[in-house]
Design a protein around this ligand. Structure first.
Ligand code: XMP
Length: 509
């Protein structure tokens, strides 16, 4: 395996993910892990991660004494490189301005195996303040770039190497190749890691941590909480209780589907609460999107708390937090503007005095889907598009009532079903229908109609931070439009949203 010494970079987990992609096991350990522990022969190589600090800080994170006596391949990335340089008495300087973004790596003539398969010039991704001015004695500079005279250096006799750029981010062309060269060719790691191993290890960890206590999980029916539920259930069975709060603004038949999958098929202890009266009562005549979100968020917590108060006091609150959520909330610390107040179960654990259990915290979405499949969750659940916490409330513009919910559920179900039928569902990142609070005139049969407008939204995106509208085939749109107008009473016109994000957001409210 590979040991990744963590100096606090937000990309550390991404390094681990890239190594998993090579079917190699890696472990993230604290930066000051003792060399005796790292000498373990199972550890074939070591990566020093990046980090937010400067080697000049008085309390800069440093390696444990004796670290550099280890005789195995060691790759320093960003801060890891600077630390290597600093410890071997090269020259690191603090730069006034940070370099952040793409740069061109110029490789000197080198036959170093780390760069096998690289062109002379390669686009790489930089994110650093300090930089190297002079390499230490014994190291050769093998790569340079405009703003960093030492972008890559390697030791002449020992397997020590460092790079200023981040090979783990996808913007670094050939970054995966570099990690492959290091992990497979230089460290000679066996490619024997499988996702099943992750499941086994996590199940064992959950058992160990939970003991004979109880765990509570807010199940939404989305991919993340569903996979978390299946995984935790595999570990502790009946000690897990899932609470599903139906606020009345779910997709069509959602509660039934959740009950069927989790209660009937998996035998999970599931409390499904129909709280739609309460939610819809409080939302009566509320039109403002932010007020809607606040009311739903608050009411959700209230219902969740009162339901869980009826259960044997759980010590743990489980959540399907993924690694990108962890990063996003870390980055969100700061004066970031609230565009929309996202509603999640966040904020609950402090209030409820429970410990958090987040078994998917290390994983990325596609990996969570793989785990879900291995745990036998139905494919429709594993591949599901994201659905916002406030549900259809933010897709019915203006005030909400039961009739508009019914109309939107019908239209949305037709759109989604047709995407499945035509094999387009997985080509789209998220698709849904929106009900507009305007009426338009139409003609059906011999009669005039005066009904609502439905907008279809389909987006393609990697991270949901930016998105483009999906170019769905015209014929497909024609079929969906005709089905909705014919089958859904209350809608007589369908439009297609062709706005990207930004400037639009994905949801309409
Ligand atoms: P926007 O509309 O901000 O949406 O472009 C980005 C992604 O976030 C989802 N979304 C939410 N998810 N609670 C959630 O759990 C919310 O309040 C919420 N609002 C938006 C949206 O569906 C899209 O995937």
């Amino acid at each position: 395996k590979i040991a990744i010494l963590d100096f606090g970079s937000q990309y550390t987990k991404l390094i681990a993910r890239r190594i998993r992609e090579l079917s190699v096991y890696s472990e993230i350990v604290p930066f000051n892990t003792k060399p005796e522990a790292l000498a373990d022969p199972a550890i074939k190589g070591i990566i020093l991660s990046g980090g937010p600090r400067s080697v000049f800080d008085t309390d800069a994170p440093a390696l444990s004494p004796g670290f550099w006596e280890l005789d195995k391949p060691i790759l320093g990335i960003c801060y890891g490189l600077q630390l290597m340089c600093h410890d071997f008495e090269g020259k690191v300087i603090s730069a006034d301005d940070r370099e952040y973004g793409p740069a061109t790596l110029n490789l000197a003539k080198t036959d170093h195996p780390l760069f096998a398969g690289f062109d002379e010039e390669t686009r790489v991704w930089m994110s650093h303040g300090d930089r190297l001015e002079l390499p230490p004695e014994g190291f050769d500079v093998v790569g340079t770039s405009e703003n960093a005279p030492v972008t890559a250096m390697v030791h002449r006799d020992r397997p020590l190497m460092g790079i200023q750029f981040h090979p783990e981010v996808s913007h670094s062309v050939n970054g995966d190749r570099l990690l492959r060269n290091f992990v497979l060719d230089m460290c000679r790691c066996p490619q024997d890691w499988r996702m099943e191993d992750y499941i086994d290890a996590t199940v064992a960890e959950i058992r160990e941590r939970v003991g004979d206590e109880h765990v509570l999980l807010g199940l939404s029916g989305g991919v993340d909480s569903s996979v978390a539920a299946a995984l935790i259930h595999k570990a502790i069975g009946d000690q897990l209780t899932c609470v599903f709060v139906d606020h009345g603004m779910m997709r069509k038949d959602e509660r039934e589907q959740v009950e069927q999958t989790f209660r009937d098929r998996f035998g999970i202890h599931l409390v499904a609460v129909d709280a739609s009266e309460l939610f819809l009562g409080r939302l009566h005549e509320v039109e403002d999107p932010e007020r809607k979100r606040k009311i739903i968020g608050r009411t959700f917590i209230e219902v969740f708390e009162s339901e869980s108060a009826k259960l044997p006091a759980p010590k743990f609150l489980a959540q399907g937090t993924l690694y990108p959520d962890v990063i996003e909330s870390a980055v969100a610390v700061g004066p970031a503007q609230t565009i929309k107040s996202h509603h999640n179960v966040g904020g609950l654990p402090e209030k409820m005095n429970m410990e958090l259990l987040e078994p998917l915290r290390e994983l990325f979405k596609d990996e969570v889907r793989r785990v879900g499949r291995l745990l036998d969750l139905p494919e429709v659940m594993v591949e599901r598009h994201p659905f916002p916490g406030p549900g259809l409330a933010v897709r019915i513009l203006g005030a909400i009532d039961r009739e508009s919910i019914r109309i939107l559920q019908e239209a949305d179900a037709i759109f989604i079903e047709h995407l499945h039928t035509k094999g387009l569902y997985n080509d789209v990142s998220q698709a849904f229908a929106v009900l507009l609070p305007v009426r338009s005139v139409g003609i059906m049969g011999d009669g005039r109609t005066y009904e609502q407008v439905c907008a279809l939204r389909a987006v393609s995106t990697n991270d949901f931070m930016t998105a483009d509208w999906t170019r769905l085939p015209y014929d497909f749109l024609a079929e969906v439009s005709s089905r909705i107008v014919n089958e859904v009473k209350g809608i007589n016109r369908v439009v297609f949203d062709v706005t990207s994000k930004p400037p639009g957001t994905i949801e309409w409210e």
